[in-house]
Design a protein. Structure first.
Length: 289
């Protein structure tokens, strides 16, 4: 099965459209595997992620100008676990921890780089994504996520999950850099631990959804702004640490003094969200709805 997948990739990567960019096709059958670890690094362009109609199939299309970008896709396995790595590189420049070097790179209007992948929804998946600069539309509805990590870089990112995760997601980590991040229905991730870092950009986090577990939430806001929407059908215990240079507005919770807030109505049989928010010189608006 692995040989067929690699041959499929190699053969179709030779096709070229009339617009002078290459279109590569990928397809993987995961019926023989029980779990998946997927790592996506995307330097520049437009990225779309959503669930596949077939429960144990991954398929994708990558469109690029070979003079500007290069993408390496590697599939491997160990026992019943599959590994899929997608590494998107931009010219001679690579996104690194210390940023990107734009030398010898043309950001003109003829630039084209786009990736769309449909993921297997019935395979427990550890999903890690690291973006550089661009736009990303990520719909993780119906996926079975056991771990989720997202670094938005300088990108504008929309993340949504309309229905409850089919399994427990042990940890969720989201980092928003200079771009805009908008996350909707993230309470549906069904996670026990959720961490969020907002740098210089703005973020909207909607944590409404179906809660089956208690959640430990940690949020750090530097120079950016955060709009946080919390569900009203869970218990909430919130602590906000901030400086005199920051702006914090909390609506729908009862103040307990010393930057502490709790639900107006506490019920012992409901899941509890325990939240710590640290604000530098940014702005945070908290709303319970």
């Amino acid at each position: 099965m692995k040989y067929i997948a690699l041959l499929f990739d190699f053969t179709l990567s030779l096709a070229q459209s009339d617009d002078d960019f290459i279109r590569d096709y990928y397809k993987y059958d995961l019926n023989e595997y029980e779990t998946l670890e997927m790592d996506i690094e995307f330097g520049l362009g437009e990225l779309t992620i959503r669930a596949h109609d077939k429960p144990k199939t991954i398929s994708g299309i990558i469109e690029y100008d070979p003079e500007q970008t290069k993408t390496e896709v590697n599939f491997s396995s160990s026992g019943k676990k599959a590994f899929l790595t997608i590494d998107g590189k931009t010219g001679d420049a690579h996104w690194r921890n210390d940023g990107i070097d734009f030398d010898d790179f043309n950001l003109g209007g003829d630039f084209h780089n786009a990736m769309e992948f449909k993921l297997a929804k019935e395979i427990p998946t550890e999903l890690q994504m690291d973006f550089g600069l661009g736009e990303a539309n990520i719909d993780i509805t119906d996926l079975s996520l056991s771990y989720f990590e997202l670094d938005c870089g300088l990108s504008d990112v929309k993340l949504e999950m309309d229905r409850s995760n089919k399994i427990i997601c042990e940890q969720v980590s989201i980092s928003s850099g200079l771009g805009d991040f908008n996350g909707y229905g993230l309470g549906n991730l069904n996670t026990r631990k959720f961490s969020l870092h907002v740098g210089l950009g703005s973020a909207t986090i909607d944590l409404r959804g179906k809660f089956n577990e208690d959640m430990d939430l940690s949020i750090e806001v530097g120079l950016g702004s955060l709009e946080l929407i919390l569900p009203k059908d869970v218990n909430i215990k919130l602590r906000v640490d901030h400086s005199f240079l920051s702006t914090v507005d909390v609506d729908g919770l009862m103040s307990k003094g010393k930057n502490k807030y709790v639900s107006n109505e506490w019920k012992e049989n409901r899941p509890t969200i325990t939240r710590d928010i640290s604000v530098g010189i940014g702005a945070v608006d908290v709303e319970v709805d």
